[in-house]
Ligand binder design. Structure first.
Ligand code: FMN
Length: 454
């Protein structure tokens, strides 16, 4: 790819923001690598966070998984990596980092605002204004089984609850300082003598009457991230979020279409164009030459799509338990089982399994691929591959054309998988003027260039 002429682009002054998405429960880590380490050892978290801070990243970011993923009652063999509570983990990291933002994915379906808002405010105070909250709705029934209420909410109600949840959380964060008044249909705060307010919120989802226990942090509120890709999810982000975490960061046209769609929704919500940062997730494989990078990426993919993973991914398409099949044999001869969408498997459900299976079969037959080789070639693809300078050109183009504001990078190797990115890619981006050369602020909000909350 040729270098972008910095003057011939819509956003010549664009800057990239990087977060590191430390996955925990997952099948994307290359476990077979001799240096693959623990995903629950505090030393792994510390190492990744400190490397990201050395690379001047905006944020260290954790997902939310309150239960190991299940298909038909079976837990994937690699998910036993486990996942400590993210707010506890980030609080520990606040003590061994200085500048980097600390973002917790915490769902609004199984939490309560009076409790979660306080825990997020605690992290924000402990880290002196570095906390972020990735607001997710959690879309699967097996997580619901952890709770008294079960799966309990359909898609539309999950977003209604999320909206009300955030309104109440903001009222709680505003409830202490200078007797602030949060005025909305769902939540109201009345100032009382002194500096502590009272939050009363009575809506369809919550009935809260509380006195906040904490003042605001240096950045006002935790920075709000959002992850959820449906029209409702994108509108929720357009109304409420500071950052949107998407899966649209690989193909340039797809990333730009997503960004333009989100900006349209942002305008419709009456918010300024610069109020939202778009940071898709990506994996990055770096090589000294394009050929070396491609070979490494093939190896990474082969190690990620283990025989058991291949059977699990194909099993989701066929909607069958394929765990007894031969991953090195052909795709199933049967047609996929098509069942009504009960919402139980959320976004991991394949919308049109017959079409996907037909495409997979045609390509597998044409190329002589086994089931596992088909999943490697056609299953979910994860990111960018190239030399440091080639990748820097690509990312510069994405940023200067407004397709992204940065990336949340998932290392495929823990704990050292960020080293190449920090040591080789970041300097190339700095040279192109699209990446900071030092932190200029102290809070996550300042790193992202966001205004203080109203
Ligand atoms: C990029 C991305 C990351 C997500 N991460 C999580 C997560 O860590 N934990 C979780 O419970 N849900 C996560 N979700 C699921 C969303 O919260 C949501 O429930 C799901 O995407 C269904 O909503 P949608 O139809 O709007 O996409 C994620 C979704 C996306 C798109």
């Amino acid at each position: 790819m040729t270098r972008t002429d910095p003057h011939d682009v819509p956003r010549p002054d664009a800057r990239l923001h990087f977060g590191v998405f430390f996955q925990g429960v997952n099948h994307w880590t290359v476990w077979s690598h001799p240096e693959s380490g623990s995903q629950i050892d505090p030393a792994s978290f510390r190492r990744v966070a400190q490397t990201a801070e050395r690379g001047l990243f905006d944020a260290f970011f954790l997902g939310d998984g309150l239960r190991l993923r299940e298909t038909g009652g079976r837990i994937h063999e690699l998910d036993v990596a486990g996942r400590p509570d993210s707010l506890a983990q980030l609080s520990a990291l606040a003590a061994v980092t200085h500048r980097i933002g600390l973002v917790s994915t915490s769902n609004t379906t199984f939490n309560e605002p009076g409790d979660l808002a306080r825990r997020l405010a605690s992290l924000d105070l402990l880290s002196d204004g570095r906390a972020g909250w990735n607001v997710v709705t959690t879309d699967n029934a097996w997580t619901g089984a952890n709770f008294r209420r079960g799966g309990f909410l359909d898609h539309a109600d999950r977003y209604r609850r999320a909206e009300e949840f955030l309104t109440v959380a903001r009222a709680i964060w505003d409830g202490w300082a200078d007797g602030a008044v949060a005025d909305s249909a769902d939540a109201r705060a009345w100032s009382v003598p002194g500096s502590v307010g009272r939050v009363r919120a009575a809506g369809a989802q919550f009935d809260v009457d509380l006195v906040p226990t904490l003042p605001r942090s240096r950045q006002g509120h935790p920075v709000i991230f959002q992850a959820g890709d449906s029209p409702e999810g994108r509108d929720f982000a357009a109304r409420n979020a500071d950052v949107i975490f998407s899966a649209h960061g690989q193909d340039f046209d797809d990333a730009l279409a997503f960004a333009e769609d989100v900006r349209r929704r942002l305008r419709a919500a009456g918010r300024p164009q610069d109020a939202l940062r778009i940071l898709p997730g990506t994996e990055i494989v770096i090589g000294a030459t394009e050929k070396e990078a491609e070979e490494k990426a093939r190896w990474v993919r082969l190690e990620q799509v283990t025989p058991a993973t291949a059977l699990a991914v194909a099993g989701r398409v066929w909607n069958m338990d394929l765990s007894g099949r031969d991953p090195d044999g052909p795709l199933p001869a049967e047609d996929p089982v098509v069942v009504e969408d009960t919402g139980a498997f959320g976004s991991s459900r394949i919308a049109d399994p017959r079409t996907v299976a037909a495409e997979w079969r045609a390509k597998a037959e044409a190329n002589g691929w086994s089931l596992r080789e088909t999943v490697i070639a056609l299953g979910p693809q994860r990111g960018h591959v190239g030399t440091p300078s080639g990748l820097a050109d690509t990312f510069t183009r994405f940023a200067r054309h407004g397709a992204v504001d940065g990336f949340n990078i998932s290392p495929y190797l823990i704990p050292d998988g960020l080293d190449d990115i920090v040591d080789l890619l970041v300097p190339e981006l700095q040279e192109r003027g699209v990446y900071r050369t030092s932190y200029t602020g102290t809070t996550l909000r300042e790193h992202l260039g966001l205004r203080p909350p109203a």
